[in-house]
Write a protein that binds this ligand. Structure first.
Ligand code: DC
Length: 231
């Protein structure tokens, strides 16, 4: 789509949005960050929002399955907390990831977080010229009109190995088998939930990163995005 053409046509000004969806450890976060840096766009890791809700519930002493506490945490989510070093580090643990997938299946949690994500896409912070959002439902629900949509995947064994290499730095006792079980359970929960399940949008471009290095994957992603954006 030609954005300058759109503006000159008198269409409501809006900025390009790149939607990047896919399962855990597919490489979507790294690729989305790099796309944002490449184009000078703002970047939002929407998984961090669900992780923050889950962590707030756990920190308050409740089980992640407790829906009223999940909804209350989502409604009072403090985005500034995402930048606090200790909170941000605890967001990345395997326990928080699993809990995030549980709170993410709650319709009222998703509803509370939806408008913040849309505001980010429509009005990127720091007056950036566009936005990249990554998650599970960006191309299908959050930004169905995104200028470019990607669905990044990789086979579960490879994703488990990638995630295990990251997580074992903080937890030497963690086994690869445990991480694989966890990833498969998370995929199943994220794909089968009734509301906004993880799925490839009909107009999303698919990239399987199983056999690609980060550089190779980024080159491929850039070519796909360039085919959709006219910047
Ligand atoms: O991408 P991540 O591993 O940080 O995401 C954590 C969980 O949050 C994931 O298992 C599902 C949920 N999630 C979601 O349901 N929708 C999103 N847009 C992003 C994440």
């Amino acid at each position: 789509m030609d954005w300058e053409q759109k503006l000159s046509d008198g269409v409501t000004p809006s900025k390009p949005v790149i939607a990047v969806d896919g399962p855990a450890a597919s490489g979507k976060g790294t690729l989305a960050r790099r796309l944002a840096a490449h184009y000078g766009f703002a970047y939002l890791d929407t998984g961090a929002l669900y992780r923050a809700v889950a962590l707030s519930v756990i920190d308050a002493g409740h089980a992640p399955e407790s829906e009223p506490h999940g909804v209350a945490a989502a409604e009072t989510l403090n985005m500034a907390q995402l930048d606090e070093a200790d909170f941000a580090a605890r967001l990345r643990t395997a326990e928080t990831g699993k809990a995030a997938s549980i709170v993410a299946a709650m319709p009222d949690v998703r509803a509370a977080i939806l408008s913040a994500q849309r505001r980010f896409a429509e009005n990127p912070p720091d007056n950036k010229s566009g936005a990249v959002l990554d998650g599970r439902d960006i191309g299908t629900v959050v930004c169905p009109d995104a200028s470019a949509k990607l669905f990044i995947t990789a086979n579960a064994a490879i994703r488990a190995e990638r995630r295990w290499k990251e997580l074992r730095i903080g937890d030497a006792a963690l086994s690869l088998a445990e991480v694989l079980v966890d990833i498969e359970a998370r995929d199943a929960r994220d794909k089968s939930r009734a509301i906004a399940p993880m799925k490839q949008a009909a107009d999303a471009l698919l990239l399987d990163t199983s056999d690609l290095s980060i550089e190779e994957a980024f080159t491929a992603v850039l070519a796909l995005v360039e085919s959709k954006l006219n910047l």
